[in-house]
Ligand binder design. Structure first.
Ligand code: X2X
Length: 334
């Protein structure tokens, strides 16, 4: 008996020693994101983990936690947790940060962008840096911008071809700005966690939702619970990799440069796969039985006019300096 206990203790200490030797100097960072493990968000986060492990010879390991599980399922709380150092890293989208930083709503103002060139001129240009500066004031260092994408509307009641078709639809929305947009269209918006949305759609608690095709709708199989999709491109949503300022400040310049390079490459990859999945996505969704409607330029203009009041309300909240910087970069991209 005594011998057995001694034996186990000895074995345990040998194992512990081996484990420590194998991970000498290694540090594991926790990365939280708020979609499932099949999305391009998750793939981008895993790519970042792989790249930073490679660049640091395994000194920095990143463990990716999907579905906002580190913030109790609350997708809006992640940014605040990173800001105070309770989480090391986050991959989340702009709309999720608006409770903490209302200015982040600028990206998703209805019909701000008409195409990807305009998007890239802001996220990969001076406006993106401007927003990174604002997030830094909240303790979040933006390492790179990626893509959730243009958010398209789905529902189970009818095809949406004009603003009138939105009237009376019970719509799940992610954040405060979209409540105002849905109200402007005469829909009934309800803010809900993404993690609860598929079930809510399935059970008919809500009729519809809106999300990007490549990054979320396809990988999260929204087509299994929704019949109609309209590519109205009404709002763009970027994602970003952010690290807590506290953690960032603990690294030397060389390590910081490695973190930034890994994040840039990972988000560039993530943008690419999101755009590819979106481009091939319409056909895929039709094959899966969805009825997809692609509005004409005139019909898009009608949606734009119908959501103008929400644009104006939120442009005022964001402030003319930031909105102006975005509009300037967008105009120059044309
Ligand atoms: O909740 C959503 O709709 C999602 C996944 O797109 C965001 O995080 C904004």
């Amino acid at each position: 008996m005594t011998f057995a206990i001694f034996g186990r203790t000895a074995l345990a200490s040998i194992l512990a020693g081996a484990l420590m030797a194998g991970t000498a100097g290694a540090e594991t960072l926790r990365l939280s994101h708020n979609t499932g493990d099949t999305t391009t968000w998750h793939k981008g986060a895993e790519k970042f983990a792989e790249l930073i492990a490679g660049a640091t010879g395994g000194d920095i390991e990143v463990r990716v936690f999907p579905n906002a599980q580190l913030s109790g399922g609350d997708q809006m709380r992640q940014a605040e947790m990173v800001g105070r150092g309770a989480l090391d890293l986050v991959v989340t989208s702009a709309i999720n940060v608006t409770p903490l930083v209302p200015e982040m709503a600028v990206f998703s103002l209805p019909y701000l962008y008409a195409n990807y060139e305009q998007v890239d001129a802001t996220t990969q240009g001076a406006p993106g840096e401007m927003m990174a500066g604002i997030l830094a004031e909240k303790g979040i260092v933006v390492l790179a911008w990626g893509e959730n994408g243009f958010r398209e509307v789905t529902n189970n009641i009818r095809p949406v071809t004009s603003p009138d078709d939105m009237k009376g639809l019970n719509m799940r929305v992610a954040g405060p700005m979209y409540i105002d947009v849905m109200n402007a269209l005469g829909a009934n918006p309800q803010q809900m966690q993404w993690g609860e949305t598929i079930t809510a759609l399935q059970q008919g608690v809500v009729d519809g939702q809106e999300n990007p095709i490549g990054a979320v709708i396809i990988p999260q199989q929204v087509y299994e619970v929704q019949k109609y999709l309209t590519t109205w491109h009404y709002s763009y949503d970027p994602i970003f990799i952010g690290i807590s300022q506290q953690k960032w400040d603990s690294y030397d310049a060389e390590t910081q440069a490695k973190l930034r390079a890994a994040a840039q490459e990972a988000m560039s990859y993530q943008r690419d796969i999101s755009r590819e999945a979106t481009a091939s996505g319409i056909d895929f969704l039709r094959e899966k039985g969805m009825e997809v409607y692609e509005p004409t330029a005139e019909e898009l203009a009608a949606f734009k006019a119908a959501t103008q009041s929400a644009f104006d309300t939120w442009a005022a909240k964001v402030g003319p300096e930031i909105v102006g910087a975005f509009q300037h970069a967008i105009a120059a991209a044309n």
